[in-house]
Design a protein around this ligand. Structure first.
Ligand code: GDP
Ligand code: IMO
Ligand code: MG
Length: 441
């Protein structure tokens, strides 16, 4: 049965939550495979508007198994709050399962995130301050606390307190922090973590069994390709691997199972936090994209930096992930623009780049080379078929397909679940050797 990976193709916030919720009308298992509560996935469906941070966006279908995979880092107080909030709004959490191998974000991780950012000063990364980096660092350093540790309450408490003592020393001595409240904070975390015990499972086995039963599985990425620890704009990245290759690691199923990989991209570009962004617009046009697109962070409320679509970066994302289909979201946000610019190449000194430059210091200095396309100047939010779209919109989409060489599988024209167009393939020119985008769901 198909295993579809939903991957952010840009710097996050591409609409992965919306696409996942929509696909989970049909999918039977959905797995978040990395990241933590740095993610904010917005879903607007018949039940209302929701901002999800750790719970997979398939949770609204009561028949879907919603798995928080081993690649995710979990702040137990945040997850507890999210579960309670969803249950309070009548969402059935019976399908939620949490990997025993997932690591826990603890109070010292959050403190370390803040002090490390403060120490970087002007060179800060602009993290969400949720303790993500320090938690993944401890995981790699084999000093982490895991969900499965909760199963042995005495051992869990001991492990938390021992680790806390070591971390408190670092925070006090190296960073001059007041650590007097840490113990109390840890008690709160232990209590929240223990309340999650009923959800702990061998999720890799669960997914494996689902596949054997012929169920369709969706792997929901967080963040985006350019925030990837290896392949993104390092060091201005997150501390996990959002790319499709990690979907297998973070969910515990072999890569041979992955059948479709959809890259989710806005029809323009946004970024939250620091770091290079070649097509960023710091002028009135950027402000207009932010206002029309309501570009404010789902997790931190920070204004998102906005700019035109960057096809050099999108081609890169297509290559690194092996996209079989593209989902173009927020196309409606461009409705009122007279003309639209699209970056097809970069220039740096006298050099022109078709691909991402080989070094970060170059990437941070490149200038975009744009092509300009006519806008469509009409409201497309009601479009439900490609036939409903103006010619200029189709030209814009075809321009993307031609440049990226990946077929479009889905077009999103508004935040609500029904505001989309499923594209019967082949919609536009299909690249040679590319897989069908819209398969199986
Ligand atoms: P995610 O992190 O990738 O799930 O994306 P976010 O939820 O952080 O940000 C996407 C924002 O765009 C949310 O506020 C969505 O409700 C909204 N959204 C998603 N698709 C569309 C669309 O096609 N049009 C418009 N106008 N908004 C959309
Ligand atoms: P979703 O899943 C957008 C950014 C932060 C910062 C960098 C590192 O909603 O697309 P971190 O807290 O992860 O150490 O911060 O990554 N970032 C995101 N930007 N969407 C996200 O998630 C993000 N998660 C992290 O702003 O620049
Ligand atoms: Mg988001």
């Amino acid at each position: 049965m198909p295993v579809l990976v939903v991957v952010g193709a840009q710097w996050g916030d591409e609409g992965k939550g919306k696409v996942t919720d929509l696909l989970c009308e049909q999918a039977e298992v959905v797995v978040r495979y990395q990241g933590g509560n740095n993610a904010g996935h917005t879903v607007e469906n018949l039940r209302g508007k929701f901002a999800l941070h750790l719970v997979p966006s398939g949770i609204f279908n009561p028949n879907v198994l919603s798995v928080i995979g081993n690649g995710v880092v979990i702040d137990p107080t945040v997850l507890r709050g999210e579960i309670d909030g969803l249950e309070g709004r009548g969402v059935n959490m019976r399908g939620l399962k949490i990997a025993g191998k997932a690591h826990l974000i603890m109070p010292w991780h959050i403190m370390l995130d803040h002090v490390q950012e403060a120490r970087l000063g002007k060179g800060k990364i602009g993290t969400t301050g949720r303790g993500i980096g320090p938690c993944y660092a401890d995981k790699a350093a084999r000093q982490g606390v895991r969900m499965q540790d909760i199963i042995d309450p005495a051992g869990f408490r001991q492990k938390v307190m021992d680790t806390m003592a070591a971390k408190a020393e670092v925070l006090a001595k190296a960073y001059d922090q007041d650590v007097s409240h840490l113990k109390e904070e840890c008690e709160r975390y232990i209590e929240a973590a223990e309340s999650l015990r009923p959800y702990i499972e061998d999720t890799a086995l669960l997914i494996w069994n689902s596949l054997r039963e012929g169920k369709s599985v969706l792997l929901e990425g967080a963040q985006g390709t350019l925030l990837d620890l290896d392949h993104g704009t390092y060091p201005y990245v997150t501390s996990s691997n959002p790319v499709a290759g990690y979907a297998s690691v973070g969910s515990g199923i072999g890569p041979t199972h992955l059948s479709d990989i959809w890259g989710i991209t806005k029809a323009y570009t946004t970024r939250v936090g620091e770091g290079p962004f070649p097509t960023e617009l710091t002028d009135a046009t950027g402000d207009r994209l932010r206002e029309v697109g309501n570009e404010f962070g789902t997790t931190t409320g920070r204004p998102r930096r906005c700019g035109w679509l960057d096809l050099v970066a999108l081609r890169y994302a297509a290559r690194i992930n092996g996209f079989t289909g593209l989902c173009i979201t927020k196309l409606d946000v461009l409705d009122s623009f007279d003309t639209l610019k699209v970056c097809t190449k970069y220039k740096w000194n006298d050099k022109v780049f078709d691909e991402l430059p080989p070094a970060q210091h170059i990437f941070s200095q490149v200038e975009p080379i744009y092509e300009e396309l006519p806008g469509w100047k009409s409201d497309i939010t009601g479009a439900r078929s490609v036939k409903d779209l103006p010619d200029e919109t189709i030209d814009y989409l075809n321009f993307i397909v031609k440049n990226v060489q990946v077929p479009i599988s889905l077009i999103s024209v508004g935040p609500k679940r029904e505001e989309h167009i499923k594209v019967p393939h082949p919609y536009a020119e299909r690249s040679q050797g590319a897989q069908s985008g819209y398969g199986g769901y």
